[in-house]
Design a protein around this ligand. Structure first.
Ligand SMILES: *Cc1c(COP(=O)(O)O)cnc(C)c1O
Length: 347
């Protein structure tokens, strides 16, 4: 072991050297949920890590991820940030917000990933906030087509360059350095400090697993800092067979980026797609029940696309017979989405 690895900061390699914009006040709260604990049988103490409260424009996990993307954008002297995503993408909303906070413009490309024609889906929630923030909106007519959507975004960036702007594209497809995941390496360190300070015996963390930046970053950070707390990723976009290898791959990429050893073992990568149906951006009855349960026990607001599915997984874990220790739910935000999904939530 080198001297560097022995120090707590050294355990995370190059993390402190990479450009980072500060977009929220850490730490986010780690809150006990007494009513939900009781509603789930009372055997295990249930906590929520309030990453829905990351300050900016209704918050969410992307604020942590954007600290590294927008940090790099600033370091490169960018004046415009580009991102592509689903129509109700929280990442797009928070990119528009972060760009404004740092004095930049944003361009957002909408992909037709969710077959939903409800006018609220296309105008309310995240879309409304993007319009208020004055983001430039583009539409990409196809659905699941990561490569095509990225190519089109690259063309928009090129047009901006020709017009004398300095664009920065947030690259989300596999094969790019997972800068956003670093936000969750930081979160892992923050959470471990909170767990230690509160003297909690935690034996499970449940988190949404979409692009995998949150899941992989958190898992990687915990293991790098010597914690063996199990992390369960709830699939919100792809099935477990596709998501598991993606997380493993992301962890290897984080190790490369930070230039440290990857301490995530293959068996550390746990994902379940039991709450994914009927698919990305659509919620099952079980998920809607979990949303109502969290609201009616703890006044927690969850969305049908991400945090609601994750809560369904959390509740199911909490109700299982085995295990004694505390469980932590990572609230990744997404709350503006409830206004776009009014039809599902009031059906
Ligand atoms: C994007 C998002 C997720 C998934 O996070 P990834 O890092 O892409 O896996 C979960 N919850 C919310 C609210 C999100 O916006």
């Amino acid at each position: 072991m080198t001297d560097r690895e022995k120090t707590p900061s050294g355990a995370l390699g190059r993390l402190a050297e990479l450009p980072r914009a500060r977009l929220f006040h850490a730490p986010t709260h780690l809150e006990f949920m007494p009513n939900l604990t009781a509603a789930c049988g009372g055997k295990r103490a249930l906590y929520v890590k309030r990453d829905d409260l990351t300050d900016m424009a209704f918050g969410g996990n992307k604020v942590r991820q954007l600290e590294f993307y927008l940090g790099e954008a600033q370091a490169q002297g960018a004046d415009t940030v580009l991102i592509t995503g689903a129509v109700q993408s929280n990442f797009a909303r928070l990119t528009a917000a972060g760009a404004r906070k740092l004095g930049m413009e944003s361009h957002i490309q909408w992909e037709e990933r969710v077959a939903k024609q409800d006018p609220r889906y296309r105008n309310s929630g995240n879309v409304l906030i993007e319009r208020i923030l004055g983001a430039t909106l583009h539409s990409y007519p196809l659905g699941e087509d990561e490569t095509g959507a990225d190519r089109r975004l690259g063309e928009i960036a090129e047009e901006l360059r020709q017009a004398g702007r300095k664009p920065y594209v947030i690259p989300l497809a596999p094969g790019h350095a997972p800068l956003g995941a670093l936000g969750y390496v930081v979160a892992a360190r923050e959470l471990l400090q909170q767990i230690t300070a509160a003297e909690l015996a935690v034996d499970g963390i449940v988190v949404a697993s979409g692009s995998g930046a949150t899941h992989a970053g958190l898992l990687f950070g915990l293991r790098a800092l010597g914690s063996s707390i199990p992390v369960t990723g709830i699939c919100v976009r792809r099935d477990a067979a596709a998501q598991g290898p993606r997380i493993t791959q992301r962890c290897a990429e984080i190790a490369e980026l930070l230039q440290i050893k990857n301490r995530v073992a293959v068996e550390d990568v746990v994902v379940t797609d039991a709450f994914l149906a009927p698919g990305y951006g659509r919620a099952s009855e079980e998920v809607l029940d979990a949303i109502r349960l969290a609201a009616r026990t703890e006044a927690l607001m969850l969305d049908p696309v991400y945090s609601g599915k994750t809560m369904a997984g959390f509740v199911s874990t909490a109700r299982q017979a085995e295990g004694e220790g505390a469980l932590i739910f990572i609230h990744t935000g997404g709350t503006p989405g409830i206004f776009a999904y009014e039809d599902d939530l009031t059906a």
